[in-house]
Design a binder for this molecule. Structure first.
Ligand SMILES: [Zn+2]
Length: 99
């Protein structure tokens, strides 16, 4: 059985760990981003960003007026913080890859 190949260079590299970023899209507010020492055009993993900030991100770090963030706010309203945390833990362990 052969799986379709996912090439690392199909994704932008994380500005922190250098690994490809294959997560779904999101944007923090610019203050959070610059606190982490990120440039506007940088990409990074949520866990890497939290590592830089030395604190967990929360819903207030993702401005609802940015369309990319609507999935976070939808999930938050639905009380799915637990699901998001599990998703994040799975991404940290590398269990979830881009399909
Ligand atoms: Zn990273």
């Amino acid at each position: 059985m052969k799986y379709p190949e996912v090439r690392d260079d199909d994704f932008p590299s994380c500005a922190v760990c250098g690994q490809p970023v294959a997560e779904f899209a999101w944007m923090t507010d610019s203050e959070t981003w610059s606190d982490a020492g990120m440039e506007e055009e940088d990409h990074c993993h949520i866990v890497c960003l939290e590592g830089r900030l030395r604190r967990p991100l929360d819903i207030n770090d993702f401005p609802p007026d940015i369309p990319l963030n609507q999935i976070f706010h939808f999930a938050y309203r639905m009380g799915m913080e637990v699901v998001l945390r599990r998703l994040r833990d799975a991404m940290k362990q590398g269990d979830i890859h881009n399909e």
